[in-house]
Design a protein around this ligand. Structure first.
Ligand code: GDG
Length: 511
């Protein structure tokens, strides 16, 4: 969708390009991570401005020139927000990644509720809002992304921004018993209601948000109908919807079908000489369940000795957030497990786990997606998991199997084509891998065709269109509609109500 009038002002913590210092000189590079990958492809052709942090090496003079260069050939320009080193440590590493990230992934014991982080989080959110409000007009639509910017809606209102403003949360929203541990829970719930539209990955996240309002902010009233769901606080209405993010299916599929990827995949399979290639691709993050996956693989090799020599796990782990202590410990744990398992099982001509700790090029990634027999996703909690969707797009021969954690957002859409597992149940993961190894080829194909149909139909463009269309029509401020109050309903009453979802419940089964 292209906005008929006005511009799209996209705001995220990071821009899709980053300025890095190389040999003492600032240089442009692409940002990594799910958000940048997903968004950069939908923005092509959309007139507007992308606001965000351009990286630690960006002083304002250099940043402007390099960002102008990066915008050449794009339909939108970049506008940087300056964040000091101290702010990066307390806003980004601190509040966002040592409080909100673990809490929203149901891991409160990993949180460091340092009050200073909260001070800096407010300050940086206010700065993002100021930079945005300076350029936003009433015809523009502001789209803010993710847990770094939950307060920005409030500061946009305070700065008098007239533009429609939507917010999309890329990570899960926790249930009230978890969320209420947050010392600043009310401020965050109130600030989110200053946006005109709130988007979540799954219905479960949206129900959790509504349940948190019901318990913590009962003055907010929710009204529901078959087509819409909104919350009114102090005369301002916010629409709430489910918008499962996706990928640029055709782009992944056609690149995977290219001659260069096909021959690289054939070459790789030839070198591996094994029958079954199991693939894992994740950022080094404790939410991705990497130790659980490795332990499950060890159980597989112990319980099904006939698979030894015939199955290999290729685990790609992309370095992430390396200055946060939890992440350093995780790397040690993962590498110890890899060496223990390889030490226990390796024999002449066969190493059970091939472990890569680095970032791959898109071509390498597609080569592994195409060459693999099984994709293994064992996230303990995951907003969506784009890797699962990318794997399906790249499976042009349609015979790979997806083993998928039930705690990913992707499971809501892909459950009928994937083998769904509980990532805490290591035996069940091992059995699922075994089942995928012995699955008849007809079943593999019918499952993969279903998965590919879903991802092709509900792609990143349809996700962006659905969100933008809802954001640009959300009313800035109206009186409450007649309807039931949030305080008067139980969470169960919400179940099954379809909202403004972009294909949130694809009730399709294997043919
Ligand atoms: C967050 C949420 C949500 C991975 N390794 C390489 C590489 N990647 C790319 C993949 C994919 C992306 O990174 C990872 O996306 P995920 O969705 O799997 O996970 P997060 O980074 O945690 O993303 C998540 C997402 O936001 C979007 O809303 O789904 O739940 O946590 O695109 O392809 N890319 C390259 N080399 C690699 O080695 N080039």
């Amino acid at each position: 969708m292209k906005l008929r009038e006005g511009r799209l002002i996209n705001v995220s913590n990071r821009l899709p390009v980053e300025i890095k210092n190389r040999s003492g000189h600032p240089r442009l590079s692409r940002s990594s991570g799910g958000l940048a990958t997903a968004l950069d492809s939908v923005w092509r052709g959309q007139h507007g401005v992308w606001i965000g942090w351009a990286g630690a090496a960006a002083d304002s003079a250099t940043a402007d020139t390099l960002l102008q260069k990066a915008a050449r050939g794009r339909s939108y320009s970049f506008k940087p927000v300056t964040i000091s080193r101290d702010e990066v440590s307390k806003f980004y590493s601190g509040f966002a990644n040592e409080i909100i990230w673990p809490l929203f992934h149901d891991m409160p014991s990993r949180c460091d509720f340092d009050p200073e982080y909260w001070e800096v989080y407010q300050r940086v959110n206010r700065r993002f809002a100021q930079v945005t409000a300076e350029i936003a007009t009433a015809k523009d639509v502001i789209w803010a992304h993710d847990y770094h910017l939950m307060l920005m809606g409030r500061y946009l209102r305070e700065a008098g921004s007239p533009a429609h403003a939507g917010f999309f949360l890329h990570i899960p929203f926790p249930a009230p018993d978890i969320f209420e541990k947050l010392p600043w829970r009310k401020s965050i719930l109130r600030a989110l209601l200053q946006y005109n539209l709130l988007g979540f990955q799954t219905d479960r996240d949206r129900y959790n948000y509504l349940s948190c309002l019901e318990r913590i902010l009962p003055e907010a009233t929710a009204s529901r109908s078959d087509l819409d769901n909104s919350v009114v606080l102090e005369g301002r209405r916010t629409r709430i919807g489910t918008f499962p993010i996706s990928i640029a299916f055709e782009e992944f599929a056609s690149h995977a079908a290219s001659h260069e990827v096909e021959s690289a995949a054939n070459q790789f399979r030839h070198e591996m000489t094994n029958k079954f290639l199991v693939l894992g691709v994740d950022r080094m993050d404790y939410t991705k369940g990497i130790p659980e996956r490795l332990k499950a693989f060890r159980i597989l090799l112990r319980r099904f000795p006939e698979l030894r020599h015939r199955v290999t796990l290729l685990q790609v782990v992309v370095p992430s957030r390396e200055d946060i202590p939890n992440y350093k410990e995780l790397r040690r744990e993962v590498e110890l497990l890899v060496s223990q398992i390889n030490g226990e099982f390796t024999e002449a001509g066969w190493v059970p786990i091939h472990y890569m700790h680095r970032s791959l090029t898109r071509r390498q990634l597609l080569t592994y997606y195409r060459a693999a027999d099984i994709l293994l996703v064992t996230s303990l909690k995951d907003g969506m998991n784009l890797v699962a969707k990318e794997f399906c797009a790249a499976q042009v021969e349609e015979c790979g199997v997806v083993v998928l954690s039930e705690f990913t957002g992707a499971a809501a859409e892909l459950q009928h084509g994937a083998i769904v597992i509980n990532p805490y149940d290591l035996t069940a993961i091992a059995e699922a891998i075994h089942r995928a190894c012995v699955m008849p080829v007809e079943e593999k194909r019918s499952r993969m065709r279903l998965l590919r149909d879903i991802v092709r139909t509900y792609n990143v463009q349809s996700w962006a269109d659905a969100f933008l269309s809802a954001a640009s029509t959300a009313e800035p401020s109206v009186e409450p509609k007649a309807g039931r109050e949030a305080g008067g309903s139980s969470p169960d009453e919400d179940a099954g109500i379809p909202l403004i979802a972009a294909g949130s419940s694809h009730d399709q089964r294997i043919a």
